[in-house]
Design a protein around this ligand. Structure first.
Ligand SMILES: C[S@@+](CC[C@H](N)C(=O)[O-])C[C@H]1O[C@@H](n2cnc3c(N)ncnc32)[C@H](O)[C@@H]1O
Length: 236
């Protein structure tokens, strides 16, 4: 609340009369509310029975491109930890655009849209066509009950290095990169160096020493395979 008011003032507006302040503050800081925000763990029911196996076409693609298909996901609690780090370190407000590079079954993308009402675009890029199909099934089921959340999530099938799309509008990026080869990690850093705007937050399980940055810290967050997986936080 305070931040929204302060920013309006800093950008040259006159201070608001005290009598009107409460009303204006409430209007500025009351984004559309998702019922999922109060109990985000209920989201996980949408992945019940969803498989992360690859089909044979996917297997051939991963083999040909020397990519690694290992699957695991960031839990709701893990995403909440990441989000609190974003907000604690002068994160761009409001958070509007989020990318998950290697989005698997789309858990972080959906959780982000449910927890961040200001998010306009939550995009997952995933090499496995089967996983993208499953992610879109989850999205369709979610749409029936939470259209406001589902409408802001998009899944793209392809390589995160493909130049058919760009990450230039990102405010926040998540890369579950533990299984990335050193070559892929290095190419991702190179790509992000060329595209990201100053101030973008990049969260990655593997350190990306080649990423140009003004801030770097490490913390732990919950993933499906452990309660305390390392996460590197960079601000470029
Ligand atoms: C460990 S999973 C993480 C899933 C999701 N990001 C999460 O945190 O819940 C990593 C995903 O990256 C995908 N992946 C690996 N290399 C990729 C590439 N070059 N382009 C797109 N996706 C890739 C894998 O198929 C896998 O689904």
């Amino acid at each position: 609340m305070r931040r929204a008011y302060t920013r309006r003032y800093r950008h040259g507006q006159q201070p608001l009369a005290r009598r009107n302040t409460t009303r204006v503050r409430r209007a500025v800081s009351a984004p559309p509310h998702s019922t999922l925000q109060s109990n985000p763990s209920q989201l996980m029911k949408y992945w019940n029975g969803v498989q992360h196996n690859l089909n044979s076409d996917d297997e051939a693609i991963f083999q040909r491109t020397a990519n690694v298909s290992t699957y695991g996901y960031m839990t709701v609690s893990g995403f909440q930890t990441v989000l609190s780090q974003y907000r604690a370190h002068d994160g761009r407000e409001p958070l509007r655009v989020f990318y998950d590079l290697g989005s698997g079954l789309g858990v972080p993308n959906v959780v982000a849209a449910a927890l961040v009402p200001t998010l306009q675009k939550s995009v997952g890029v995933e090499l496995s066509s089967q996983r993208v199909r499953e992610s879109n099934t989850v999205l369709n089921n979610l749409r029936a009950e939470h259209p406001d959340v589902a409408s802001r999530v998009h899944f793209i099938n392809g390589d995160i290095l493909s130049t058919q799309w760009s990450y230039v509008d990102a405010d926040m990026i998540w890369i579950s990169s533990l299984c990335f080869t050193p070559e892929l990690a290095s190419k991702v850093a190179d790509r992000l160096n060329k595209e990201l705007r100053k101030g973008t937050h990049v969260f990655t399980s593997k350190a990306l020493p080649e990423l140009n940055h003004t801030y770097h810290n490490k913390f732990t967050a919950e993933m499906s395979w452990t309660s305390n997986s390392d996460v590197n936080h960079y601000i470029v």
